[in-house]
Write a protein that binds this ligand. Sequence first.
Ligand code: SP5
Ligand code: ZN
Length: 371
Amino acid sequence: MLVFHTPLSVLHDPPHEILSGCVQPYFESPERYRRILAALVHPGSTFEERCLDWTRDDVLTPELDSAVLSVHDGGYLDFLASIYSEWTAEGGSRDAALPETFLRADMLLEPSDGTEVQGSAIARIGRHSFDLSSPVTADTYICALASTRVALTALSALLDPLSTAQGVFALCRPPGHHATPTLCGGYCFVNTAAVAAREAQRVLLGAGARGDGEPKPRIAVLDVDYHHGNGTSQVFYDPTVLYVSLHGSPDYPWYTGAASERGAPGTDAEGANVNEPLPLGTDDEAYVEALEGAFGRVSEWGAEVLVVSLGVDTFVDDPLTDFRLSLAAYPRIGQAIATVGLRTLFVVLEGGYALDSVGACVRGVLEGFER
Ligand code: SP5
Ligand code: ZN
């Protein structure tokens, strides 16, 4: 399997976050990228490395811009691009920008979208964040864009008509599945998997002989990260992309991920969102069973491309989560995903914070998939 990555993925490196009421070292560290890369790319490995040796300037292309704008609001992207310099100019910590207050609908006396606070960096970041785990540094935006471009590069290799690959892996950080069109949170800034799914639609639409009246290509996103991908779910409350998530419940992000969230009620989108909340303590057997149970929906959907949001924070020793998956579960997960038998498959990295095992977990999924 081809493994796409860029060294620019280490650029986003804030020193800390605020978790469980305490200042803690940043769990979503550049070391995750290094450990996973080392587990996949070494002499004798069956994985083939595609190192994208971009400069910062290479990353910013008009194509990437329009792909990212298919998911995120322009105002939010402007915020990501400019907040750090506004924040430091205002006297904020040089480490990173982090909110003080959040714009909440039930706090307002008059309706507001927060635009009246444009001039104030600390107010702007509260408008565009939903937790205290997504500090914005000078390099956050370029790193998140590079991550997204890695995924799009992997996708185009996969969709290349000359390619016979059934799967490709985009090793990218920061992760993306918590990022909404206008909010960062949960270590996520740009929703990589959502952008890749939209791009897959666009490419397949161009490639096929579909007329105007014909339906858009169908894409499915399968999210196996421990957490509910609230961002992806929100982006695809939409009839053309199926979003299926298995996640620990009750747990972060707390307010989304219920089985009752099925896609905008009363529209074609109803049923386009499938949540499988699983109890804390879920083990290998229960997880694989739930995963296989979710595939029926993916097949019915008639997807042409499956985007997998691959988080391995389901591992028993993960410091942030409460499932009990052993190392042996990961090849089973990969093998199970391969049985969906879609023409194509595409995997993009989300969470996984147990540094000593994160590489083995990811390698397990990819090897299981290829088996
Ligand atoms: C991409 C991703 O996996 N983001 C996850 C962000 C989770 N942030 C909140 C973590 C709360 C950890 N609570 C510690 C409890 C340990 N049992
Ligand atoms: Zn996660």
